[in-house]
Design a protein around this ligand. Sequence first.
Ligand code: HCR
Length: 388
Amino acid sequence: SSRGAVPATQRSSWTSFLKSIASFSGDLSSLTAPPFILSPTSLTEFPAYWCERPDLFSAIADAKTDEDRSLAVLKWFISTLKDQYTSRNESMGSEKKPLNPVLGELFYGHWPDKNGRGKTNLLVEQVSHHPPITAYYISNPSKGLSLQGHNAQKTSFSGGSIIVRQVGHAVLTVLLPSGDKEEFLITLPRLRIDGLWYGSPYIELTDTSYIQSSTGWLSTIEYKGKGYFSGKSHSFKAVLSAPDGALADTIEGTWHTTSKNVLTGAPFHDVTGLKEEATVVDVEQQGEWESRQLWRAVAKGIREGDFETASREKSKIENEQRQRRKDEVTAGTKWELKHFVHIDNDPTYENLGKLFKANPPTEDAYIFQHNPPFGELGLETGAVKPGA
Ligand code: HCR
């Protein structure tokens, strides 16, 4: 059968790559893939997808009731999915294999204040290399909003697809005008990567994810592909339930386009409009640990089709990392995280997770440290250099 998207010269290497994923489960990032499937972007850039519609994020702060706030959070969350899971297909033709971040890699950005929405800051740190774990802190201080989370993946292979279970969660904190704070525990959907045989991978979301508010309101989001609900790919159905468990709202649609409220028929989310990429300082101005500076030569090689250079530069980075780890063992020291502290059991996950019987019942977390110059208000990306 046709393997349309695989360049003729890379067919056998694509076949061996697929064989190696089939016989392997765990950390996909360590497998060598043929050039046509490589992306020049590191996974540390991905947390930006949480905020590429900054108006929807800031709107959370404007909701007046607990119910409206939970709906605003749901709307923002659903509206991030297109950017999180289909944007590589749009920008690069298919899902690609992102660069595997090194321990300590950093990514900073922001979305400027516009029309009173406030400035939104993005801070990302790679907190583990094997397995890859990425921690992030996104904040809109003028609106009293912050999102803290981390991401890791457990992968397996089934029926020709890669199944990715996302490990990690996010906590959204809203400072209310009353001075109280409301917290939302956000769990993440499961992914299936289809289209592998043809060399044009794309994501389908499956199973269920939750958004549990500390007020008791709960969104349960079910994901289905072709052949379910509406029969369309990227379908979802979200149910909002009140603290007493009563059904309050049902939303249905496709997460990469639009949805509507099933009870009232009112339009709910709409991501057919443009997204807004984070403002990031020019690579020339970035510090050596900042993602685009760190991967600069590799990314250039991939973009220009000079894969020899790309792979030589990648080996340089990897060898340097190995040497660092060896030196640490010799010196009896340990790599220090810059912005986060690791905790084994996240109390917010445990407490809010109980309300919807989260599985697993506990998870670890990386807690953002409000240290100057990267304390919330001092987070002026580009104005202060990391380590300065
Ligand atoms: C699975 C994946 C790396 C992880 C990516 C995550 C889950 C990261 C967190 C973001 O919030 C959302 C997200 C979106 C991506 O779809 C997902 C990536 C898709 C592919 C990549 C694999 C490690 C690479 C597999 C190689 C294939 C494409 C040949």
